[in-house]
Ligand binder design. Structure first.
Ligand SMILES: [Zn+2]
Length: 439
């Protein structure tokens, strides 16, 4: 990695941590990290001589790279993704995942957390991206989520029963190289054999997964829609609740203030995952067949739910469930942030939920999620001002990943592959060439 110094300037710089946007600001990047952030007048030629490359984007905003806390890279985002995933071979899934990762990067996502895939597919993509073989965001992967027989996402292979079974499955994930443990705490939309309103595991069962994760420095996040499952997960000590939809039998929204307070007290993050169904509802309204169950809770109620969670003190973050029905990686984070604004977040707060907020939920806030000296230079340049209109975050001009230009005018750049050839391969090639020359 070169230590080359570079200066980026724009009419606005947003730090991702709630600071007032800097009007006419700069970000100095050295190698893969941020060296400084400040007002443009401080980036004098005395401090940064003319030979140091500087690029001025004018009426643009420099902001932290987006962090999507919840995706499924191997899912098709088609009308009925769970059919596709059960038909796909592992290699077909890997190709899908690579294409989805690239699409997310082009939309300004520099880190994403995959919360459910089969076998080793997403671990392999994660490692391939890190090696520079294909372009994509930084990836954290749960591998196969831990679920019960016939449970939500059981076809991904993480079936476990009883306390010992759950513990063993969590240990297997750790051995495989998972970055997070995902447990399915209630049923979901993708099987007819699971019930979103019922808990799939008991508190002691889920606690075993939490213990394994804690012992290995990982976090546990759960899929949970119904109150019963959310409560069990929270009492088991999980760190995050995906969806967190507060549903009760026979299938209606009933916000539980006490449970929300308990989540807040324990510092549990919640990701409302609006983007999971946002387009699906639109398509359904237009008469298309999509993977939405009858009686699915509409977006406006989900927004009310997210607002209540926040009012109770729960940290609400951006996770999209991209890959789910009609939730495309090209736009999922934009839909998520726009739905947060619709739920009462300010434009800037929505941006924070999608950067520092989600970085914190992933346990990566020391390295990513905000523009601060010393952090990884993962940043996005967008035209316009997303702190006034979050929709302008769709206008991606550039994406930098670890200081390297990864996306130029919406297209993945060659440098999107962090190190086009791994150093040891370059050495091998050099020695082969030298041998050719001798003979
Ligand atoms: Zn999901």
């Amino acid at each position: 990695m070169s230590d080359e110094l570079r200066i980026l300037l724009a009419d606005r710089v947003v730090d991702g941590r709630g600071g007032q946007p800097i009007s006419r600001g700069y970000v100095a990047i050295q190698g893969e990290r941020i060296l400084e952030v400040g007002p443009a007048e401080a980036a004098t030629e005395e401090r940064f001589p003319p030979e140091i490359p500087r690029e001025d984007f004018g009426d643009c905003t420099i902001m932290p790279g987006l962090v999507d806390g919840h995706v499924h890279l191997t899912f098709s985002a088609g009308p009925v993704p769970f059919e596709d995933i059960q038909k796909d071979s592992d290699s077909a899934q890997l190709l899908r995942a690579a294409a989805n990762a690239r699409a997310a990067l082009q939309a300004g996502v520099t880190t994403l957390r995959d919360l459910g895939s089969r076998g080793h597919v997403v671990y392999e993509l994660r490692d391939a991206i890190a090696k520079g073989i294909v372009p994509g965001p930084r990836i954290m992967s749960s591998g196969a989520p831990i679920t019960c027989t016939g449970g939500h996402l059981h076809f991904l292979g993480g079936i476990a029963e009883g306390e010992d079974g759950v513990q063993a499955m969590a240990e297997t994930r750790v051995e495989e190289g998972a970055d997070v443990i995902k447990v399915i705490a209630t049923g979901g939309n993708m099987t007819t054999t699971s019930d979103p309103l019922k808990a799939q595991f008991t508190v002691p069962e889920m606690k075993r997964a939490v213990d394994v994760a804690n012992a290995n420095g990982l976090k546990v996040t759960v899929h949970a829609r119904g109150v019963e499952g959310i409560r069990a997960a929270v009492r088991a000590g999980v760190h995050g609740v995906e969806h967190s939809r507060m549903e009760v039998p026979p299938g209606k929204w009933e916000f539980d203030d006490e449970l929300a307070k308990e989540m807040a007290d324990r510092g549990v993050h919640a990701a409302p995952t609006f983007a999971a169904s946002y387009r699906a509802f639109q398509c359904q309204a237009a008469g298309a067949k999509v993977g939405l169950r009858k009686g699915a809770i509409p977006i406006d109620i989900r927004q009310k739910n997210a607002r209540r969670l926040r009012e109770a003190g729960v940290k609400v973050i951006a996770g999209t469930d991209a890959g789910a029905s009609m939730a495309r990686f090209e736009e999922a984070m934009n839909n998520e942030m726009e739905c947060l604004v619709g739920a009462g977040w300010s434009h800037q707060e929505a941006l924070e939920a999608a950067t520092y907020g989600s970085a914190e939920a992933l346990g990566r806030e020391k390295e990513i999620g905000s523009l601060e000296a010393g952090k990884l230079a993962d940043l996005v340049v967008v035209r316009g001002d997303p702190t006034r209109d979050i929709a302008e975050a769709r206008q991606v001009e550039r994406v930098y990943l670890g200081g390297k230009l990864a996306v130029r005018r919406g297209q993945a750049a060659f440098d999107a592959r962090p190190d086009p050839w791994p150093a040891d391969e370059i050495a091998t090639r050099a020695s082969l060439l030298a041998e050719f020359e001798r003979t």
